[in-house]
Design a protein. Structure first.
Length: 253
């Protein structure tokens, strides 16, 4: 399928590794140019150099919890790429313990989405194929067999609600808004790589819970995101696409 992404300009947060990196690679392979950001400058520079071998890449170190930093990145990337067609809000604080973890998740997971939509809307309004894709999690939609009560699932649930509301608000401006909710995702150096090594019983429980008997990899999620972001999904908005190999027991109808 031709996704009609050649020449499109995409911004991706949290793109120096894992899911964000896989999304950037996939979009470049489809002919898009990308603007990527992450907080760690050294890793980001290394990633950008690798990606630049495959297409046009703009990169900037950004704390996405800072709305002014997000706005600056969006404007700088739009200038460098000649506009913005796609925004993918991927960066996450993940989880932690205590009030500080909740506040960090609020700023990084939820408020960065607010900041990216607010700052990118003037650019997206100029695009004939404008799209926003947010990354949530199955932990936001049900308490599964390995779920614990924490800031990650709660704030990602807020991300889904805000994405749904923005799909309604921005539809009249020709801007689609969708979400992708992965289950457990395994990639080298990622959280589930650590869990596999240090908590093998939890890793095996996740495998057992998935109908397909395996965890997703970053490319599985990137494929779903790239499709939803593309003009090939041009009549899809306000949707949450679950990519979990049957980890959750649900079927929307």
């Amino acid at each position: 399928m031709d996704l009609n992404l050649k020449g499109k300009r995409a911004l991706i947060s949290g793109a120096s590794k894992g899911i964000g990196l896989a999304i950037a690679r996939t979009l470049l392979a489809e002919g898009a140019s990308v603007g990527i950001c992450a907080r760690g400058e050294e890793q980001l520079n290394t990633t950008a150099a690798e990606l630049a071998q495959h297409g046009t890449v703009f990169h900037k170190s950004v704390d996405v919890g800072d709305p002014d930093a997000v706005a600056s990145f969006v404007d700088d990337a739009a200038d460098a790429l000649g506009g913005v067609d796609i925004v993918i809000v991927n960066a996450s604080a993940m989880t932690g313990k205590g009030r500080e973890a909740w506040e960090n998740s609020f700023n990084v997971d939820l408020m960065s989405l607010v900041s990216f939509i607010e700052s990118s809307t003037p650019h997206l309004e100029k695009s004939p194929a404008a799209s926003v894709v947010t990354i949530s999690t199955t932990s936001a939609i049900e308490a599964g067999p390995i779920t614990t009560a924490n800031s990650y699932g709660a704030l990602k649930a807020a991300v889904l609600q805000h994405s749904s509301a923005q799909a309604r608000v921005l539809g009249g401006k020709g801007i689609r808004v969708n979400a992708v909710s992965p289950g457990p995702v395994y990639f080298e150096g990622g959280p589930w790589d650590t869990i596999k090594e240090k908590r093998p019983e939890l890793y095996e429980a996740a495998l057992s819970a998935a109908s397909l008997g395996k965890l997703a990899d970053a490319q599985d999620v990137a494929n779903a995101v790239t499709f939803l972001a593309s003009p090939a999904a041009g009549h899809i908005t306000g949707t949450n696409l679950v990519v979990d190999g049957g980890f959750t027991n649900r079927f929307d109808f």
